[in-house]
Design a protein around this ligand. Structure first.
Ligand SMILES: C[S@@+](CC[C@H](N)C(=O)[O-])C[C@H]1O[C@@H](n2cnc3c(N)ncnc32)[C@H](O)[C@@H]1O
Length: 279
């Protein structure tokens, strides 16, 4: 017997569009089809593959996704998840999490918003396997944030973007009038102890805020900006996972990392969260 499609996908069906021809789609058992006969089989893990034959421009590899899952399970970023829950506006029903990774923040938000349903989007297959089971009201799909989204205009109330790439024009298009975008990004002192111990770790662009406002301001009004800063004590395994879940991991020699991180104690977590309303 074929397994039914995840129920979390059903609220999104009327909004999903074929990534080839932008026509509406229908779900029959575990296959999504458009009138032009383009079809997409749900992955066994339950996410919808909507990359439509194109190679993603970027995305985490399996090791990074696994390290992210292990690190987030320690609870060291739970204060970030709580802050997102506080900042997200009331009354949101449809949440699109871009570059959702393992779905950790989307699941936290859905936990507190019982009327809401979510869709996590990523290009990493390993991350999507986690995201597809992150919460019973969270669906997952693969698409590239830098390509047109296979989603109708105005079909979401909140776009969540946590440490992930951005496509402001598509965010604005898929948001309903008055809908919100919540962006979380590192502040310049984020993980400063790790950055000084591991020189290969990518630094934070000092003009990041300016650049972000340049691209968002024509499309969005900023509602609030919140800094979240604290210093969790991490053991060596968590600190290693924290490095391993970043693109820097590809440039860090494992032995060097092991030697450097045995004594790590406190690491500064410092991020900026901003809420923007679609103009
Ligand atoms: C730094 S991680 C953040 C993951 C998650 N939001 C979190 O904070 O736990 C960035 C995520 O964006 C995804 N990503 C990178 N490039 C992408 C793209 N072009 N389209 C969609 N997702 C992408 C990566 O695979 C990764 O899961």
């Amino acid at each position: 017997m074929t397994r039914p499609a995840p129920s979390a996908l059903l609220p999104w069906l009327s909004s999903l569009r074929c990534p080839h021809c932008a026509e509406p789609v229908e779900l029959a058992e575990r296959t999504l089809r458009c009138p032009q006969r383009h079809s997409f089989d749900l992955a066994r893990a339950g996410y919808l593959p909507l990359l439509a034959g194109t190679s993603p421009t970027s995305g985490d590899d399996d090791d990074m996704a696994r390290a992210r899952d292990s690190f987030l399970a320690t609870g060291a970023y739970a204060p970030l998840r709580e802050a997102i829950v506080q900042i997200a506006p009331p009354g949101i029903r449809r949440i699109l999490d871009i570059g959702c990774g393992t779905g950790y923040y989307l699941a936290g938000l859905l936990e507190q918003r019982e009327d809401a349903h979510g869709l996590g989007v990523d290009t990493s297959v390993r991350a999507l396997r986690f995201a597809a089971r992150a919460h019973e009201r969270a669906a997952a799909a693969s698409w590239d944030v830098f390509a047109p989204f296979p989603l109708a205009d105005g079909s979401t109330d909140l776009v969540l973007d946590v440490f992930a790439p951005r496509n402001p024009e598509e965010f604005a298009r898929v948001l309903a009038p008055g809908g919100h975008l919540l962006v979380v990004r590192p502040a310049p002192d984020h993980l400063e102890q790790l950055r000084s111990a591991v020189p290969a770790m990518v630094g934070v662009d000092p003009r990041k805020e300016e650049r972000l406002h340049q691209v968002l301001d024509p499309l969005f009004t900023t509602v609030s900006t919140t800094a979240v800063r604290y210093a969790p004590a991490l053991d060596a395994t968590s600190a290693r996972d924290l490095v391993a879940m970043t693109p820097s991991a590809r440039h860090v020699d494992e032995q060097h990392l092991h030697a450097l991180l045995t004594d790590t104690a406190e690491v500064t977590v410092s991020v900026v969260m901003s809420l923007h309303r679609r103009r």
